[in-house]
Design a protein around this ligand. Structure first.
Ligand code: BG6
Length: 489
């Protein structure tokens, strides 16, 4: 359904995220007819560009990042007319008067400030927005991740932004929550009666969450080298997936209800500190290798990353995580994420317990445990691996077979990108799929103790060849427990 007329101000408007994700998402919502009236999209950044120059940049980005059949002149005509550009500097008063001019007379419509900048600027931008009287009753602010680089900086940023905006006006985005299959986890767990009774330590052996990427750091080396995979992916995306798999049933889909349950999971995580860091974590960094048949260089040689100098930033992390509560006691959650892996694949694997006793003769073959595999990308699906009888007259032989629900085959509709959904949720004023302050801070608290323990031990990252599933220590991490990573990509 169409949303109310809005002004979307994108700070960091010339940046990678704005051009690669935000503009395409807004364009596609316009194409779908969801954007009404004289809604506007205003990019803001320090670069001295004219609106026409920015429009040319935006068109180029859309042509590059949209599928050929998504870009059409009619939508571009309409969307392009909504686009505007203002050069303003967060650290000075330059450009802010002009911004005020552009927004004059538009106080009654929904106003979104999307801060796609470095997190140090979230506070200063909020402060200027207030000083120039731009924060209206219908204003909302979106904070891109990462919110800080540790608990203290996250708190400071939350305080600074919170002194200008009320918590209900603050939308902390984690785009994984906008992915179709991530939301489908809620449907799978709470719209079926089959799974919830076995969703606990009595029935689940362990859980694996893998988010593997084939890309390297893609020119974001300056940011990435200061960040690393734990901050870039685990603190936010993987923690959110863990929460959705692990949480108790919320009383409703109400924003507070869902977020209340997620934070309980974060609070139940067994801390990883100096005592258990070696047994519970592996950090890796890729060396030169090949991904999908193409040779790629080492992390340290990538532009802006190590700059040829050795770097101890991790591009891969594997973790053994325990949720210390009634439901999950003793069930490990193995998490891993990395760049330059063999495939782009994100999946959650629930491995159920072995049957208590086998009635089958030895010759029937091994009984492998049931797996429920929720694949988030690239091809969304839910698969249930079962044991079946091998057909034929040769007696009882068991074989693994799977029930496969492919979303592309079952639902013929188009799958919107995560940002499309989330950007419109902000206009609608629905924060369910965004992170509350206490959630972000709880995630940092837990993550930070890992960062501190790594630092205290002074270990160096373990090398892995680009195009492999990470360092051999990652295999050892799970095999020590008599289990193996599920690699079927
Ligand atoms: C971002 C990270 O949040 O997520 C990137 O900063 C990463 O490093 C990206 O590549 C992955 O998102 P997706 O949607 O491609 O899985």
């Amino acid at each position: 359904a169409p949303v109310d007329t809005f002004d979307y101000l994108v700070f960091g408007g010339t940046g990678d995220l704005a051009l690669r994700k935000l503009l395409p998402a807004l364009y596609l919502r316009d194409k779908a007819g969801q954007i009404t009236g004289d809604s506007r999209v205003m990019a803001v950044s320090r670069s001295q560009l004219s609106p026409a120059e920015y429009k040319a940049k935006a068109e180029e980005a859309l042509r590059q990042h949209l599928h050929a059949d998504e870009f059409d002149e009619e939508t571009w005509g309409r969307f392009g007319a909504r686009l505007d550009y203002v050069a303003a500097d967060a650290t000075t008063t330059h450009g802010w008067g002009e911004l005020q001019e552009h927004l004059k007379g538009r106080d009654e419509i929904v106003r979104v400030f999307y801060l796609a900048t470095s997190p140090e600027l979230f506070g200063p931008i909020s402060e200027r927005l207030r000083a120039f009287g731009l924060v209206t009753e219908k204003s909302r602010v979106v904070l891109e991740k990462p919110i800080g680089r540790d608990l203290a900086s996250a708190k400071r940023i939350n305080d600074e932004v919170g002194s200008v905006f009320a918590e209900e006006q603050i939308y902390r985005i984690d785009h994984y929550l906008g992915k179709e299959t991530v939301q489908n986890l809620l449907a799978l767990r709470f719209a079926n009666s089959l799974f919830e009774p076995v969703w606990d330590a009595g029935h689940v052996d362990h859980v694996q969450i893998t988010v593997a990427e084939t890309v390297g750091v893609e020119g974001r080396g300056g940011y990435y080298d200061n960040s690393g995979a734990l901050r870039d992916m685990v603190q936010n995306h993987l923690m959110q997936l863990l929460c959705l798999v692990g949480m108790e049933p919320p009383v409703s889909l109400d924003q507070e209800a869902v977020r209340d349950e997620k934070i309980k999971v974060l609070r139940s995580l067994k801390p990883i500190g100096v005592e258990n860091i070696a047994a519970s974590t592996v950090r890796g960094q890729y060396r030169a290798g090949a991904v999908n048949g193409a040779a790629v260089g080492a992390y340290a040689e990538e532009a802006g990353a190590g700059n040829g100098k050795p770097s101890n930033t991790e591009t891969f992390v594997a973790l053994k995580v325990e949720i210390e509560n009634w439901r999950w006691s003793g069930v490990p959650f193995y998490l891993r994420t990395g760049k330059r892996m063999p495939a782009k694949v994100s999946e959650i694997v629930i491995q159920f317990r072995q049957v208590p006793h086998s009635i089958f003769p030895r010759g029937a073959g091994e009984i492998t445990p049931n797996l429920l595999i929720v694949r988030l990308q690239p091809d969304e699906s839910i698969r249930l691996n079962l044991m079946a009888k091998d057909p034929g007259p040769g007696g009882m032989r068991l074989r693994e077979a799977s029930l496969n629900l492919s979303f592309a085959e079952t639902f013929k509709s188009r799958f919107p990108d995560a940002y499309e959904r989330l950007l419109m949720d902000v206009v609608r004023g629905n924060p369910t799929l965004f992170m509350r302050r206490d959630e972000v801070e709880a995630a940092w608290r837990w993550t930070e103790s890992i960062l501190d323990a790594w630092e205290a031990r002074g270990d160096s990252v373990k090398p892995y060849i680009a195009g492999t599933w990470g360092p051999s220590q990652s295999v050892a991490l799970i095999e020590r427990d008599g289990r193996t990573w599920h690699d079927d990509a």
